[in-house]
Design a protein around this ligand. Structure first.
Ligand code: PMP
Length: 427
C-alpha cells in the first residue's frame, strides 16, 4: 500500500495539532505506525487520501451502526440542513428522538440532550451529587467515561483509600472523591460502601466495558450494584455510551435485566453527528435547572442536525431489528479467528457481546482489567499493522473494542479471516 499523501498530511497536521490529531488514540502511537488520513466512507468501508480501501471495524469508534454514509441518514441530514442548522430553541425533533429513545430504553423517563458522551457522564455525575447531597463516586478500574475531571482517576495505593489523578491538571482535591473498584468483583464495591457509607453519591459503570477490550459482566455483579445503591441511597449510573444499541437493542440495561437510575448514551444516538444524552428517573432528572437547582446547559444541545441523524438511525434500527444478525456475525467471526490462531499455535481469547468484540492475544479467559494487562501487546501491534496493510482496520489497541455495522456481511467476514490468517502466517 502507498501512504505518501497520508504521510505528508500528517507532517502538516503535526504543526497544527498536538501529535497531529484531535483525539489521542487516532495517532496510532500505541501500535507503532502512522494513521491513514481518511477521506471517504461507504457502508463497511473507508478510503484514505492515497486511495487505499479498508474494511472498517472502528466505525468512528462505534456510532456508525448503519455503516458509513447511509443513504437515508445522509438525505435526512441534508434536508434538515436546508431548514436551518441550529436554533438554540426547543424543536419538535428533540421530542421525536427522545420518544424513539424511550422505545429502546423505557427507563429514560426524562432526559437531556448534550453534545458528547463526555458531557453526558460529567453531567450525570453532577446531577447525582446535586440530587443526593453526597460527594463521592465509585468507578471501575479500566472503565472509561470520557475525560471529565472526576473520571480521570486511577486507583490509589490501598483500594479503600481515595483515587489519584491520572492526568496532570486534575486536582487531588477532586480526585480524592473518586473511589476505584474492580469490575466483576462485588466485594471490592461492598468494601467501599462500608468505608464511606453515607457519602457515596453514585456508582458509574460501563455495564459492558468496551474500554479494556470487551469484558463480559456477571449478571449477579450488576445486580449487586443495584442492591448496594438501594441500600445506601446512591444513584446507579449505567454509562451505555458504547453499549447502547450494541450490547442489545436496549443496551446492557435490557440484556442483563438490571435497572439503573440514570443512563448515559452517545455514539449511536447521534447517528454519526455529535450528540449524547443522559436520563432516567423523572424524580432525579427534575433536579436539573430550570426545574431544580443543578445547573447544566449547552448552546448546541439538541442540535437539529444531530437530532435528525440520530432519529433516522434509530428509526432504521427499529424497523430492521438487525441486532441478532450482527451478534451472530460477531460470534461466528470470533470463533473462526480463534480456530485460525489455534492452528498457528498463537494464544487467543475472544470476548463478544452483541455487535462489540475483541480478540485478545492471551490464553484467557479475560474477565478483568488485570487479565487484559497480561496480553501480548507487541504481537497485537504487529498483527494490527499487518491487517491494516491487507485492508482490514480493526480497533488499534487491546484496550479498544471493534464494532460491526449492518453492512458487515458474509463477504466482509471472509475477507477479515483471510487477512487474519495471512497476518499470522507472516509472523
Ligand atoms: N463513555 C464511554 C463508555 C465511552 O466509550 C466514551 C468514548 N469512547 C465516552 C463515555 C466519552 O464519549 P465522547 O468521546 O463522545 O465524549
Amino acid at each position: 500500500m502507498e501512504f505518501s499523501i497520508s504521510k505528508k498530511l500528517l507532517e502538516e497536521s503535526e504543526a497544527l495539532f498536538p501529535g497531529g490529531v484531535n483525539s489521542p488514540v487516532r495517532s496510532f502511537r500505541s501500535v507503532g505506525t502512522n494513521p491513514p488520513f481518511l477521506s471517504r466512507g461507504k457502508g463497511a468501508y473507508v478510503i484514505d487520501e492515497d486511495g487505499n480501501q479498508y474494511l472498517d471495524y472502528v466505525l468512528s469508534w462505534g456510532p456508525l451502526i448503519l455503516g458509513h454514509a447511509h443513504k437515508e441518514v445522509v438525505k435526512d441530514i441534508a434536508l434538515q440542513a436546508s431548514l436551518g442548522t441550529s436554533f438554540g430553541a426547543p424543536t419538535r425533533i428533540e421530542s421525536q428522538l427522545a420518544q424513539k429513545i424511550q422505545r429502546f430504553f423505557p427507563r429514560m423517563e426524562k432526559m437531556r440532550m448534550v453534545s458528547s458522551g463526555t458531557e453526558a457522564t460529567m453531567s450525570a455525575l453532577r446531577l447525582a451529587r446535586g440530587h443526593t447531597g453526597k460527594r463521592k463516586i465509585i468507578k471501575f478500574d479500566g472503565c472509561y467515561h470520557g475525560h471529565g475531571d472526576s473520571l480521570l482517576v486511577q486507583m490509589g495505593s490501598g483500594g479503600l483509600t481515595h483515587g489519584t489523578p491520572n492526568s496532570p491538571g486534575v486536582l487531588e482535591d477532586l480526585a480524592q472523591h473518586t473511589l476505584v473498584a474492580q469490575f466483576n468483583d462485588l466485594d471490592s464495591v461492598t468494601k467501599l460502601f462500608e468505608a464511606h457509607s453515607d457519602d457515596i453519591a453514585a456508582i458509574i459503570i460501563e455495564p459492558v466495558p468496551g474500554n479494556m477490550g470487551v469484558i463480559v459482566p456477571k449478571q449477579e455483579f450488576l445486580q449487586g450494584m443495584r442492591d448496594l445503591c438501594d441500600k445506601y441511597s446512591s444513584v446507579l449510573i449505567f454509562d451505555e455510551v458504547m453499549s447502547g444499541w450494541r450490547a442489545h437493542r436496549g443496551g446492557a440495561t435490557q440484556r442483563y435485566g438490571v435497572d439503573p437510575d440514570l443512563i448515559c448514551l452517545g455514539k449511536v444516538v447521534g447517528g454519526g453527528l455529535p450528540a449524547g444524552v443522559y436520563g432516567g428517573k423523572a424524580e432525579i432528572m427534575d433536579s436539573l435547572s430550570p426545574l431544580g437547582p443543578v445547573y447544566q446547559a449547552g448552546t448546541l444541545s439538541g442540535n437539529p442536525l444531530a437530532m435528525r441523524a440520530g432519529l433516522t438511525t434509530l428509526e432504521i434500527l427499529d424497523e430492521l431489528e438487525p441486532f441478532e444478525t450482527m451478534e451472530e456475525y460477531a460470534r461466528g467471526l470470533g470463533r473462526a479467528m480463534l480456530d485460525i490462531a489455534k492452528e498457528r499455535g498463537v494464544s487467543g481469547a475472544v470476548n463478544q457481546v452483541g455487535s462489540m468484540f475483541c480478540f485478545f492475544f492471551t490464553e484467557g479467559p479475560v474477565e478483568t482489567k488485570a487479565d487484559v494487562d497480561q496480553c501480548d501487546f507487541e504481537l497485537f501491534s504487529t498483527v494490527f499493522r499487518k491487517m491494516l496493510n491487507k485492508g482490514v482496520y480493526i480497533a488499534p489497541s487491546q484496550y479498544e473494542a471493534s464494532f460491526l455495522s449492518i453492512c458487515h456481511q458474509r463477504e466482509e467476514s471472509d475477507r477479515t479471516l483471510e487477512a487474519f490468517q495471512a497476518s499470522l502466517k507472516e509472523i
